[in-house]
Design a protein around this ligand. Structure first.
Ligand code: ZN
Length: 407
């Protein structure tokens, strides 16, 4: 069994935090100077670990093992959300590095190959899973041409140029060469902490179904229009939102979540009755049957509101993903390793957040391991995980990696 070097791994994590350090977290958006510097540092660490690193045309950093044997890809993303935590993504990249070093220097690891990856833009500053989709052949040049930074509008092509990645080939994964992909990540919620557990074996990554609800009323004077004849689109929409929140608990699963991300009223002035209202709504679950039930319920509620009047209500699908199952054998290997290093301190659980593993799962078997987030805090500079849990998670990844590679 390969033993990780906890001191070396923690030192790497801390070093990675210095790129774009912000309070106790980091501000390292995709292709920012800090992100680019961090990617070059990751590539250097890969080379020091005996891997052959490449930073490709989309900014993915891939370190390939020279060993010619069963091969596993391990990693995550190294950019961060704006003014966010130091572990989101970075943890999985550094685990990859450490597992590669531990496996390659261990007698048990002879003949086994661990490749390491740091994907670009998982956090979606430009696209959605831009780097992992590129590696999996799910991102074409036309889409890259159309993408721009969500905050400042910089075209992706210009950002790649400035980062020094333009003109480089985009690496493609060869699924046949791999046993699969492993990703470790902070949980980003508080299920593990509340259960007093230290490791989560991910069973599936939830689907996200997004909708736009539009209400058509009649714009009019806020003083002279009698209440009885008004068609207030804003009021109708808020009533509908309240109805959803009342009905959904009756059809929701244990972990179903739903969110009203945005409500806009038009024209949005204090003395005008809103003539139009729009709401962006999403729900998440890992169970396909549950998703359909939630969808039917939403359709029904919108129809009821439409029929009741006096405003017209319409529901449009924005996007619907499918739950991505993690490989059953990978789950077993992770669970077995978790039980070995932390008996009874682990559980199987779905991931409520999206991760690069859901993209890789379209090409090869994939597995994910969670470590607890203190207070369930994430996408915030205060995000953290207890050091003993960080160390434990890395050791479990190394043990599981060898089991998977030997299987
Ligand atoms: Zn992440």
């Amino acid at each position: 069994m390969p033993s990780i070097d906890a001191g070396r791994m923690i030192a790497d994590l801390r070093r990675l935090r210095t790129f774009g350090e912000y309070k106790t977290g980091v501000h390292r958006p995709t292709y920012s100077p800090e992100d680019v510097a961090a990617r070059h540092w990751v590539a250097e660490r890969m080379a020091e670990a005996g891997l052959t690193p490449v930073i490709d045309g989309i900014g993915n950093v891939i370190g390939r093992s020279p060993v010619d044997g069963p091969r596993l890809l391990i990693g995550s993303h190294s950019e961060s959300q704006n003014h966010a935590g130091w572990l989101d993504g970075a943890l999985g990249v550094v685990y990859g590095l450490e597992v590669a070093r531990a496996v390659h220097s261990d007698a048990d690891g002879a003949g086994l190959a661990v490749d390491v990856v740091s994907f670009a833009d998982e956090e979606g500053h430009y696209g959605a899973f831009t780097g992992s989709r590129s590696l999996c052949g799910l991102l074409d040049d036309a889409e890259i041409d159309g993408l721009a930074n969500r905050s400042d509008g910089t075209p992706l092509r210009a950002a790649l140029e400035r980062a020094g990645f333009a003109g480089r080939a985009r690496e493609q994964i060869e699924p046949a060469r791999y046993k699969g992909f492993l990703e470790a990540h902070i949980e980003q919620g508080d299920y593990l902490e509340r259960a007093n557990l230290r490791l989560g074996i991910v069973t599936s990554i939830v689907a996200i179904w997004q909708y736009r609800i539009q209400v058509e009323g009649e714009q009019n004077h806020a003083g002279t229009t009698r209440m009885a004849v008004r068609k207030d689109a804003g009021l109708a929409l808020v009533r509908l939102a309240a109805a959803i929140d009342r009905r959904f608990p009756e059809v929701a699963g244990e972990r179903t979540v739903w969110t009203t991300g945005r409500i806009t009223l038009e024209p949005g002035a204090p003395s005008i009755i809103p003539g139009r209202a729009e709401m962006l709504f999403q729900f998440r679950d890992a169970d396909p049957d549950r998703l359909v039930l939630l969808k039917r319920t939403l359709e029904q509620l919108v129809e009821e509101a439409d029929v009741a009047g006096p405003c017209r209500c319409r529901l449009d699908v924005v996007s619907r993903s499918v739950p991505k199952l993690m490989d059953a054998r990978f789950q077993d290997a992770l669970e077995e390793a978790a039980e070995r290093h932390a008996p009874a301190a682990h559980m199987r659980m779905p991931s409520a957040a999206g991760h690069d593993a859901q993209i890789l799962a379209r090409r090869m078997p994939a597995g994910m391991l969670f470590v607890p987030s203190i207070g369930g805090i994430s996408h915030h500079w205060r995000e953290d995980t207890r050091e003993e849990d960080i160390v434990l998670g890395c050791q479990v990844m190394a043990t599981a990696a060898v089991t998977i590679l030997r299987s």
